[in-house]
Design a protein around this ligand. Structure first.
Ligand code: TLP
Length: 343
């Protein structure tokens, strides 16, 4: 099976499984799991943040951040294709009582400029608009095609936001992919955001888990909200053990995933009716429009399944995500199958 649906499908490596079997554990709700504590300390060190919290999912990390940065009735500014807005099942409204102000970035990459963010802010409009309480960024931007924002651009947005006393949360589910693509350390890319969430369970290949990072006070509060959200995981060291290996060993492997994505993008760009600019594919996500072919995106994905190739249709487009369980030969097979079908 060639599984290009997502990098969430990655399986733990033998080293991760061994570390999981041997992990030292304790009750993490009491803060007594030594492996979880090590993972949190290591993550905080890598990101140069005061503290980190191990959470079961990226969604939970993001939603705890939304909860802590806002109060009910606030508005959260986010790019229109952002994960927190589209794919977290309405949780900002349910858990935090906030509304979302989606802003469409002019750039296809989905990366907002400060001017675009600023035009959506509600400041000092107490009687007729929800006050902006938070700005959310996403790096890489998943439905912007795995696009990246560099440290300087992130700094600029944060600086302007902070001048208005607005916090910035970064959904950095794939921040290590961005870091590899830009050759910038994750600590630089996240130095000016107030909080950041990143996933161990995507390209880094761990089976479960994300980390939320911020100040000590923020993380102390986040720990309470993790429990309220049902994310107190007890002997979670078994999972954290895989996470520690993912942090140390996986970033160095991401460049291969990016090469495979580029090769895939260059290949599909040759197929008549398929639209994608391969130059814009800089990490592991390839999204291509098939509306000019004679088949719908779901028909194409259905047919790919006959060759045991799995991808997800989104509207007129198909998303394919490369990861450590996809090889260069798998990309060749995928291109052959697409060419046979559409060529
Ligand atoms: N993304 C998943 C789907 O939910 C769309 C995927 O297959 O790409 N932030 C970003 C940018 C994400 O892409 C995801 C997962 C999350 C947060 C949520 O992470 P989990 O699945 O751990 O809750």
């Amino acid at each position: 099976m060639i599984d290009l649906r997502s990098d969430t499908v990655t399986k733990p490596t033998p080293a991760m499984r061994k570390a999981m079997a041997e992990a030292e554990v304790g009750d993490d709700v009491y803060g007594e799991d030594p492996t979880v504590n090590r993972l949190q300390e290591r993550a905080a060190e890598l990101f140069s943040k005061e503290a980190a919290l191990f959470v079961p999912t990226g969604s939970m990390g993001n939603q705890i951040a939304v909860k802590l940065h806002t109060k009910p009735g606030d508005e959260v500014v986010i790019e229109e294709r952002g994960h927190i807005f589209n794919w977290e099942m309405g949780m900002p409204a349910i858990a935090s009582g906030v509304t979302i102000r989606p802003v469409r970035a002019a750039r296809e990459s989905g990366m907002l400029t400060w001017a675009e963010i600023e035009s959506a802010l509600h400041i000092n409009m107490p009687y007729y608009a929800c006050p902006t309480g938070l700005i959310c960024l996403e790096n890489t931007h998943n439905f912007g095609g795995g696009s990246v924002m560099n440290a300087a651009e992130t700094d600029e947005i944060c600086e302007k936001a902070h001048q208005l006393n607005l916090p910035v949360h970064l959904d950095g589910a794939r921040i290590f992919n961005a870091s590899v693509a830009l050759n910038e350390p994750v600590a630089d890319m996240t130095r000016s955001v107030d909080s950041v969430q990143f996933c161990l369970s995507k390209g880094l290949g761990a089976p479960v888990g994300s980390l939320l990072l911020g100040t000590k006070d923020f993380i102390a509060e986040a720990r309470i909200w993790r429990k309220r959200f049902g994310g107190g995981m007890r002997q979670a060291g078994i999972l954290a053990a895989a996470g520690l290996i993912a942090l140390e060993e996986s970033p160095a492997k991401l460049a291969t995933d990016h090469e495979n994505a580029k090769k895939l993008a260059e290949g599909v760009a040759q197929i008549k009716g398929v639209s994608i600019d391969p130059k814009k594919v800089v990490t592991n996500i390839v999204i291509f429009d098939v509306s000019e072919t004679d088949k719908s995106s779901s028909d194409i994905c259905q047919r790919l399944k006959h060759d045991d190739i799995h991808a997800i249709p989104f509207g007129n487009s198909i998303r394919m995500v490369t990861h450590c369980d996809v090889s260069s030969a798998d990309i060749d097979k995928t291109l052959e199958s697409l060419e046979d079908m559409l060529g």
